[in-house]
Design a protein around this ligand. Structure first.
Ligand SMILES: [Zn+2]
Ligand SMILES: [Zn+2]
Length: 424
């Protein structure tokens, strides 16, 4: 029943019969028995559901181990990952070698050209890549003195070496990594849509988490494993069935898979299948290792921004898609819209019950910021168990304004990226 004078509606819960009252603009749900919440497994086939359950049990088992005994040493995991990574690189070398040896075999020249061409192409496409920053605007020390001053301060506490490059992105996320080989530069990517929604201490917590990736022995950040994972991602791309019809996404540009893309993918399928198996093995090891490094990073988030801010940061992550969606909707009607006010206002506009519903649905769907991060709910549990010493750095309003202004100097570029992805 809806009372239009108050905007409230009431109903008896079909699950447990308690009486429910809620804002009629939002779905009604029951905080006691969970009636009205999503079941993320309804659309999954039985096999997919079982796989999901198995994967989650592994993550959960590791989670409990870490909670009980603290972060585990990574010795064995490291050795396994390094070995798998070497095999991946050797495979690329073998592919190129066989491609060249093809020419010595007795067969028609046309066949030689096609086969060796494909093998060499496969080897070239999956060669180790060191990451490039070439074609995107970035911030360096001279461009953003206040940001780098803050980062230096944070790095000193985290025990990380100073950051070389800051890259503002269009994602509701942040990441840390390296680019280039000589010099190998440390890169901190900060998604402006996420940064924009954070308060001062939450920003410190976010920096703490990302800097944590430079000091937590993250396997993905090592040259050997990092490049092997990139090569495997390429193989996965060759393997992906949707590669036959999806649009291929390259940065802000989008193009359709061409005929030769499809034929190439089909012919490379046998190699891709072998690599797919490796991708799975290395992926599993790296995921387990990454769970441990993510927890270490979260501990550092709590150290830098304080436990309360680290928890608020994690809680805000549940609104990742919805916040970016709200910004895109604003962009659709007006490309000059103040999407930053929209992004900030979005979460605040939700009543508490709706925020809680989104969070609980997120937990049911095992919400995570990306495939490398453990479920947000588990990260929250871990951070809640750390001691609270408050923020390690005092960031005042003026400093915050200066840092924000430096990051926002690349806003037009980030806006363009968002506009390019409006329909996705
Ligand atoms: Zn109920
Ligand atoms: Zn992380």
């Amino acid at each position: 029943m809806t009372d239009f004078s108050t905007g409230l509606r009431t109903a008896a819960c079909p699950g447990c019969a308690r009486s429910l009252t809620g804002d009629r603009r939002w779905p009604l749900w029951c905080p006691d028995c969970g009636w009205g919440l999503d079941d993320p497994t309804t659309d999954l086939k039985r096999r997919a559901r079982r796989r999901r359950e198995r994967m989650h049990q592994r993550v959960l088992a590791e989670h409990r181990r870490i909670l009980a005994k603290g972060p585990q040493p990574q010795g064995l995991l490291r050795a396994v990952a390094m070995t798998l990574a070497v095999v991946v690189h050797l495979f690329t070398v073998a592919l190129a070698a066989v491609g060249m040896l093809m020419w010595l075999l007795p067969m028609p020249v046309l066949l030689k050209v096609i086969l060796s061409g494909l093998l060499l192409l496969g080897a070239w496409e999956t060669r180790p890549r060191f990451g490039r920053l070439a074609d995107r605007p970035v911030l360096r020390r001279a461009d953003a003195p206040h940001t780098f001053a803050l980062l230096d301060q944070a790095c000193a506490i985290a025990g990380a070496r100073p950051i070389d490059v800051v890259v503002p992105t269009s994602l509701f996320n942040a990441s840390a990594g390296f680019a280039g080989l000589r010099p190998r530069e440390s890169v901190l990517s900060i998604g402006l849509p996420l940064w924009n929604t954070l308060d001062r201490d939450e920003k410190l917590a976010l920096l703490g988490h990302e800097l944590g990736h430079f000091v937590n022995g993250d396997l993905r950040e090592t040259l050997l494993v990092g490049t092997a994972l990139t090569s495997l991602r390429k193989w996965e791309w060759f393997l992906a069935p949707d590669r036959f019809y999806v649009r291929i996404h390259r940065g802000p540009r989008v193009r359709r898979a061409s005929f030769s893309d499809r034929v190439g993918a089909l012919l490379l399928l046998p190699f891709a299948t072998v690599m797919g198996t490796f991708a799975k093995a290395l992926g599993r090891v790296a995921t387990l290792a990454s769970q441990r490094s993510e927890y270490r990073a979260d501990t550092l988030a709590a150290t830098l921004g304080g436990r309360a801010a680290a928890l608020r940061l994690l809680n805000g992550l549940y609104f990742d898609d919805a916040t970016v969606f709200a910004m895109k909707v604003a962009l659709r009607t007006d490309q000059k819209a103040d999407i930053w006010a929209v992004g900030r206002g979005y979460q605040q506009s939700l009543p508490d019950a709706e925020r809680e519903r989104v969070r609980r649905n997120g937990d049911r769907a095992l919400h995570r910021t990306d495939s490398w991060h453990p479920p947000t709910a588990l990260r929250t549990e871990l951070v809640a168990a750390t001691p609270d010493r408050g923020p390690a750095i005092h960031l005042d309003a003026e400093q915050e304004r200066l840092v924000d202004a430096e990051l926002m100097s690349l806003e037009p570029y980030v806006r363009e990226l968002l506009i390019a992805r409006i329909d996705r």
